[in-house]
Design a protein around this ligand. Structure first.
Ligand code: GLC
Ligand code: MG
Length: 533
């Protein structure tokens, strides 16, 4: 008998991202915290997701809301204590869920003891832990590299008369990953959390970790458009995605593999053919290089199909696919494709082949919230005010109920709550069979109940605007998914086969349990999942 392939939890499961500042506050300080997350685990279990990834909860001056870490092995008092963390991990595991932490190895906070030491003198034993460089003869920066958050990537240090490099804020100096001591220090950080029992890491900006050793200038980007971030003026050919990064990723994977059943996920914004190299030789790299295609894609059937095919074709043998619909850095799906298409988008995410990652609140249809200029918190928004790049709108508090501040906090929320919360909240949607939340829950449950959906093959069927259709298959079970990506009604006319079956799930629930045989008509924005007979 052929050996059955074994699937791991991070392959067959669903990941749910929590932005901890905004999920649930427990102590009235207006900022979400670990105890708050614990109090909402029953909700996540009810929803049916398998793992939660929590954005950084470590001590941090919060220049970039936790992505500037001053102690990798602690918990920021805003979020709670190490005891709270241990309790969270235990409660997560008790519910048979997994906990993934955010690991930020590319840079520390400028308040991290490593940087303070490195900065103290040119002879510091940790000088080489960061990227220090003399000025050019005219006093200018060592090269033309830009910061993702605007302006130069170099910051002058008066005291020691050198520049240091920071891909993000000047409060986030980049570590020098060519230094073996830096590597060991970060691997020890990984072991600290893995020893505690965390189930894996989402590695921040993995493709940034190593830079060209000669620090050569980046070439100009001929396609730069004025409305884009100033960082886009150059092609980061020498500051990111260097060949040496793969060695480091392999090492991080080895540390991960010292433990059983842990996962290593990489945040990587690169074109598909570059992205897939992060699986590493013989899949010894990251398990899941985040696939952000659904975030940037033009929302039409032909493009989506060709991108899925390109991705499927580029995956290395044994490389497991994954799909992301949103995160704390991107406009929400409702703001990208519109509220009317949000259900179809959710169906796409949860019926494609590969691990889905959801972003908190998307299951309610939460929308980007307009944040007035005087309330903007995000440094990316503040640094480039004319470019509409603030990430605050997608980071607003979770809408739990119609009580004050949507049940997120009894205090003043750190970021304003959507005005819509009285009609758009968990409590209300749990009570309505037709709600987005109940729809998402049915979709999640269906995916997890059907091997064809969580581990089956992907077979393209048709992509002709506005219709996208494909089949997921496992053993003899075949499930057909048909999505109408437009607001207008349309007819699905299968070309090669007369599909017969039963609709088991629809964006409009009244279609559920009805039979199809041959042509299928769809309303605008409608999607259906059909179990074929
Ligand atoms: C990643 C994070 C983002 C952060 C940046 C710098 O892209 O997702 O939120 O600002 O890295 O750490
Ligand atoms: Mg709090």
């Amino acid at each position: 008998m052929a050996q059955q392939q074994q699937f791991l939890w991070w392959q067959s499961g669903i990941i749910y991202q929590i932005y901890p500042r905004s999920f649930q506050d427990s102590d009235g300080d207006g900022v979400g915290d670990l105890k708050g997350i614990i109090s909402r685990l029953d909700y996540l279990q009810w929803l049916g997701v398998s793992a939660i990834w929590v954005s950084p909860i470590y001590p941090s001056p919060m220049a970039d809301f936790g992505y500037d870490i001053s102690d990798y092995c602690g918990i920021h008092p805003l979020f709670g204590t190490m005891d709270d963390f241990d309790a969270l991990l235990a409660e997560v595991h008790m519910r048979d869920l997994k906990l993934i932490l955010d690991l930020v190895p590319n840079h520390t906070s400028d308040q991290h003891p490593w940087f303070l030491e490195s900065k103290s003198s040119k002879d510091s034993p940790k000088r080489d832990w960061y990227i220090w460089k003399d000025a050019k003869e005219d006093g200018s920066e060592p090269n033309n590299w830009l910061s993702v958050f605007g302006g130069s990537g170099w910051e002058w240090d008066e005291q020691t008369q050198q520049y240091y490099y920071h891909a993000f804020l000047k409060e986030q100096p980049d570590l020098n990953w060519r230094n073996p001591e830096v590597q060991q220090a970060m691997f020890d950080v990984m072991r600290f959390w893995l020893d505690k029992g965390v189930d894996g890491f989402r590695v921040d900006v993995m493709w940034h970790m190593v830079k060209d050793d000669e620090l050569r200038d980046n070439p100009p980007n001929p396609n730069y458009k004025q409305h884009e971030a100033t960082y886009e003026q150059l092609i980061p050919a020498y500051s990111t995605d260097q060949p040496e990064v793969h060695d480091l990723v392999e090492k991080m994977r080895k540390v991960t593999d010292e433990y059983k059943k842990r996962v290593l996920i990489g945040e990587i914004y690169l074109p598909i053919h570059r992205l897939v190299t992060y699986y590493g030789h013989d899949n010894k790299g990251t398990h899941l290089p985040f696939n952000f295609m659904l975030i940037n894609i033009d929302w039409n059937a032909e493009t989506i199909k060709s991108k899925i095919d390109e991705y499927e074709g580029a995956l290395p043998v044994g490389g497991w696919p994954n799909w992301v619909i949103g995160n704390h850095d991107q406009p929400r799906i409702t703001s990208r494709v519109g509220t009317s298409q949000a259900k179809t988008a959710g169906m796409l995410l949860l019926t494609l082949r590969g691990t889905p990652t959801m972003y908190y609140g998307d299951e309610l249809g939460m929308r980007d919230v307009p944040v007035p200029p005087e309330e903007v918190q995000d440094p990316q928004g503040l640094n480039m005010p004319d470019k509409d790049l603030s990430r605050d709108p997608a980071r607003t508090p979770m809408q739990w109920s119609d009580s004050e501040n949507a049940g997120f906090t009894t205090g003043k929320p750190w970021l304003r709550v959507a005005e819509s919360y009285r009609r758009l909240n968990v409590k209300k949607q749990q009570a309505e069979e037709e709600s987005m939340l109940q729809y998402y829950r049915r979709l999640i449950r269906l995916r997890q109940a059907e091997p064809a959906l969580h581990i089956g093959d992907y077979i393209p069927v048709q992509a002709k605007s506005p219709l996208l259709a494909y089949i997921r298959q496992h053993d003899s079970k075949r499930i057909l998914i048909v999505l109408n990506l437009s607001h207008k009604p349309c007819m699905f006319r299968p070309q090669h086969e007369r599909y017969k079956g039963t609709i088991v799930l629809g964006t409009a629930s009244e279609r559920e349990n009805s039979k199809v045989d041959g042509n299928i008509s769809l309303s605008g924005d409608e999607g259906i999942v059909v179990v074929l007979s």
